[in-house]
Design a protein around this ligand. Structure first.
Ligand SMILES: [Zn+2]
Length: 84
């Protein structure tokens, strides 16, 4: 399964947060991954690396947290650290 759309939306959200807060860039994010998502961390990191290339989130530290709810799906942005 390919999550390019998920990461494109995530990047849009990060761009919006940076603009709203007049920040310079995103330094770290925490993303909750649904238990039913089958992609492994390395695959998700690769998506983030590609989606963030040349953006305000390039090089941001990505923390992936697996949702403990066994029926959970999808991706939720739980926290964002901005560099101002
Ligand atoms: Zn993929």
């Amino acid at each position: 399964m390919h999550e390019s759309g998920v990461f494109a939306s995530l990047l849009q959200e990060l761009e919006r947060l940076v603009a709203e807060n007049q920040a310079k860039r995103v330094s770290a994010i925490e993303l909750v991954v649904g238990a039913l998502e089958t992609s492994d961390d390395e695959h998700l990191r690769e998506h983030f690396r590609m989606a963030s290339q040349g953006t305000i989130a390039e090089g941001a530290e990505l923390t992936l947290v697996r949702d403990p709810n066994p029926l959970s799906t999808g991706f939720v942005l739980r926290s964002v650290e901005l560099e101002t």
